[in-house]
Write a protein that binds this ligand. Sequence first.
Ligand code: PMP
Length: 431
Amino acid sequence: MHTLERLRSLAIYEESCGCIPGGVNSPVRAFTSLGMKPLVVHRGEGSYIEDVDGNRYIDYCGSWGALILGHAHPAVVKAATDQLAQGSSFGISTPYELECALEIKKHFPSMEKMRFVSSGTEAVMSAIRLARGFTGKPGIVKFNGHYHGHSDSLLVQAGSGVSYLSGSSSQGVPASFAQHTASLPFNSKEALLDFLNAHDDIAAVILEPIAGNMGLVPGELSYMHLLREETKKRGILLIFDEVITGFRVGLTGAQGLYGISPDLTTLGKIIGGGFPAAAFGGKEEIMNLLAPLGPVYQAGTLSGNPVAMCAGLACLKELSAPFFYEKLEEKADFLLRPIEEKILKENLPITLNRLGSLFTLFFGVRKVHSREDLKELDHARFNHFFRTLFETGIYLAPSPYEASFISYAHTEEDLAKTQNAILSYLEAFNE
Ligand code: PMP
């Protein structure tokens, strides 16, 4: 295999290792499980990123799903730079928080009130505190392989970058913290009912309705409705973590697709237009418990940052353009349908899960409905596949436990090149 020249990337990575643990500011960037040296990029434009050695890659990671419009979209750049020139942060209310909240509420009516924060982790951590404050109960139910950020109570059987760790998913989380969090198999009605029948101290059930952090694994429709009914019946709050799916699977997120109104929702990624912004929100009577109205404390120096709000708003406005999601889905269909057909026709030991502009190829498994289905996942095959595409200038999500993202900026040429690369890889699959 031809190997890209990445000398400058390597030099920066090695020097970074001296002052940044593992050389990276988020573990999955280190490419450890791939056995490769990480990417070091300096620019992105549309569907491309460019590393510091000048190699260009068609980007299907898109800052982990944040960049639904691609890199440096002109409307987002303008909104952010215009605001930047007026001041980058005040720690005081601005009109843009209101505008952004109204725009989100238009599409997520379940978020009667919301608060902005700076990361998905913060949004989920705050939603959990609020759920506990509202119900007066300590217990949280999550699902194996679902990732909700790195706050203490949620690092239990988490997906994404922590899939490679065992136990409570992290040292440094006292057992007494993790003991209030139960993690169940996803999409199993029996496991859910058994658990809920045996416990009456549960504040909330939190899930990624369409999981993206164990690869793409959508919740089954009847399961999702059961979850809604059972939580409502028992006075348990249902929290949809839509940090990935919000504004990704459609303007109204996963809750719109399933026709389910959760009690609380968390958003991130897309709503910041590539800047650090996230939100949590839901029923007014729950949200009114937050300080200064109520006794649940939550705050943030950079919360609702004006540059992030303006960039996010510009991004959200683009998403309301006629047929935006239909066109995005057409791109996905163009890229993936022939691949899907080949897998089926040749009965390859691969599962392609896809929904809208999200997809994951699972090597070595025939169906994936939960984390339990991934026991036989073929990591060596995934690594080889990832590397082969990387060397031809295609950057897919760098882990078998992540979804890849198609953006509006991907051109027919990008998609055709990617499709050909994947089909030829599959052609040689049994050799
Ligand atoms: N929830 C979900 C569903 C996520 O995918 C992520 C991050 N990938 C988070 C929460 C945490 O968000 P952040 O990385 O912005 O803290």
